[in-house]
Design a protein around this ligand. Sequence first.
Ligand SMILES: NC(=O)c1ccc[n+]([C@@H]2O[C@H](COP(=O)([O-])OP(=O)(O)OC[C@H]3O[C@@H](n4cnc5c(N)ncnc54)[C@H](O)[C@@H]3O)[C@@H](O)[C@H]2O)c1
Length: 249
Amino acid sequence: MSNTAIITGGGSGLGQSTALRLADEGVNIVVVDVSEKGGNDTVEKVKEKGVDAIFIKADVSKAEEVKNYVDKTLEHFGSIDYFFNNAGISGSGKYFLDTDIKEIEQIVGINLLGALYGLRYVAEVMVKNGGGSIVNTASSAGVIGQDTVVTYAATKHGIVGMTKSLVAEYAKDGLRVNAIAPGPTETPMVKNYFEANPEMKKNAEAGIPQKRLGTPEEVAETVAFLLTSKAQYINGETIRIDGGFTNTK
Ligand SMILES: NC(=O)c1ccc[n+]([C@@H]2O[C@H](COP(=O)([O-])OP(=O)(O)OC[C@H]3O[C@@H](n4cnc5c(N)ncnc54)[C@H](O)[C@@H]3O)[C@@H](O)[C@H]2O)c1
């Protein structure tokens, strides 16, 4: 029987690339996203690869919508083998003292609470069924300090913490939980931004030892490795995918 993966934020960027990469392994995909257009687009592309896929609309910052995507997945596929807990937003890039409370609440609600709600409901199913594998999306901002990302960094350091601590409680029940910490990666949004601001792109690349941004496919490759049985004895780890950026800070 095929494995099933839930991917939050699966309608774009890293989530969509990972959906396509896992489909290559024969994994059925549940695309969770707040965007219907993006979610349906991924489902269509994934189905072209010959696996089954469904879209479930959900705002991950709302616990009842998270519970609903877990229930619907079980109704349709009967199990959850892999979970890419990935949906997130970046924020306005203002200095912290210029940031309004609404923005702080929004970033924490989606990036931190959304990830915790996902773990709460998905891990419950996995532990009950004898195990499963989870990858949470952190960021370079989850492993080093940087300016203009205080709230985002708080949520992404939180991702690293929840990853390690969940392992302490449930590895004995067959759960593997890892995180990824991508540096700036050329998702459509980042690509468009840098196309409009070529100087910013030059500056970003100059600060990276490999002198280029990452690609969504490189991130997807690492997520697929961590989720599947190839990484059987890796647990609680945060893998940096950043061309050497954070290790040389
Ligand atoms: N692209 C990068 O350079 C980069 C680097 C490090 C970390 N990340 C992290 O990777 C993850 C994915 O980012 P991306 O670059 O693919 O961005 P993206 O904007 O291309 O994709 C994010 C997806 O999440 C969805 N989403 C946003 N809010 C949501 C919500 N409340 N509920 C459900 N879905 C929601 C969006 O609709 C979108 O489809 C994020 O957690 C981000 O913080 C990205």
